[in-house]
Ligand binder design. Structure first.
Ligand code: VAH
Length: 309
């Protein structure tokens, strides 16, 4: 049985159905801190900061694999560092400890480009300096180090990807620094205008959700002997500036009035590299994105025009 924590979040809400489609003979238990949607599929309310709740769900369903997505994102974490520590660090530690105690097969935990900071130049590889400037980024450096430690010390198979900003249309991200790349589409289609919270020249690595889901599942299935890292693989589908995004959206939907009013999130965006070296993921487990900016814009506009009407 596979357990997904944070299953109602931006990634979890798409990874859970993707896992159910792929493994029709495996039970997938979705969980999150809120009480679940009334769906026919197994759902449990789990607060990962309470280890007994994690133990209870692992025992109840005889879980052997966990996709641990429960976390506060970068901007939310800076607004509430206490909660970011509790969920991102204590919550992860609980999942790793339960993984060790119950001898789980695999734990998949997303890391983030937020592990990088001002000390890192553009196009960093996995071995570039990690100098995070956010509680979120710090929690992801610890996640990466704990994953390697649990693998080396307890032979617990913990894997993960340093995800860039994710663009998706099913569940809006909450409290991320890269949320502008999603919000711009919703607002453009809904009102024809959007005020970005970053400068127009802000360039960050991004990935379309479909590529991110494929990457997470492909890495989770990869042969352990092919992997040189546990939780540190960089991937980047593409990289664009806020103004490049606005130009493509305008080309696609006609009128789009974009304004740029940087707020506190600008300093987080500025601390991250604009591009990533993801050659290790490409060579070790076949990472190969399908979505470039044109295809991403087409997909987002097409899906949101259906949704927003
Ligand atoms: C965030 N979307 O903005 C997440 C991600 C690299 C960005 O970690 O915090």
């Amino acid at each position: 049985t596979i357990l997904v924590t944070g299953a109602l979040g931006q990634i979890g809400s798409e990874l859970t159905p993707a896992l159910r489609d792929r493994y029709d003979d495996v039970r997938i238990v979705a969980s999150d801190i809120e009480s679940g949607p009334d769906v026919s599929q197994p759902y449990e309310t789990v607060d990962v900061t309470d280890r007994s709740q994690v133990e209870a769900v692992v025992e109840k369903y005889d879980v052997d694999t966990v996709f641990h997505l429960a976390a506060l994102l970068s901007a939310a974490g800076e607004q509430n560092p206490d909660k970011a520590f509790e969920v991102n660090i204590q919550g992860l530690y609980n999942v790793l400890e339960v993984g060790r105690e119950y001898g789980l097969n695999r734990i998949v935990v997303p890391s983030s480009i937020a592990v990088y900071g001002p000390a890192t130049r553009n196009n960093p590889s996995e071995r570039a300096i990690r100098s995070p400037t956010t509680m979120y980024g710090i929690s992801k450096v610890l996640a990466e180090n704990l994953a390697t430690y649990y693998y080396q010390t307890y032979d617990l198979d913990v894997r993960g990807i340093r995800l860039p900003g994710i663009v998706s249309h099913k569940t809006r991200p909450d409290g991320g620094t890269t949320d502008y790349a999603v919000d711009a589409f919703y607002e453009a289609i809904d009102t024809g205008e959007y005020t970005y919270f970053v400068r127009k020249d802000t360039r960050l690595p991004m990935v379309y959700m479909a590529d991110a889901i494929d990457a997470i599942i492909t890495l989770s299935e990869a042969d352990k002997s092919d992997l040189r890292f546990q939780c540190e693989y960089n991937i980047s589908g593409l990289s664009f500036t806020a103004s490049e995004l606005s130009e493509r959206i305008e080309e696609r939907i006609g009128r789009f009035n974009a304004r740029y009013e940087p707020d506190g999130r600008q300093s987080i965006a500025d601390s991250w590299p604009s591009t990533l070296d993801d050659s290790a993921a490409r060579s070790d487990w076949g990472w190969s994105p399908e979505y470039d900016l044109d295809r991403l814009v087409d997909e987002m506009v097409r899906n949101l025009q259906r949704k927003v009407k």
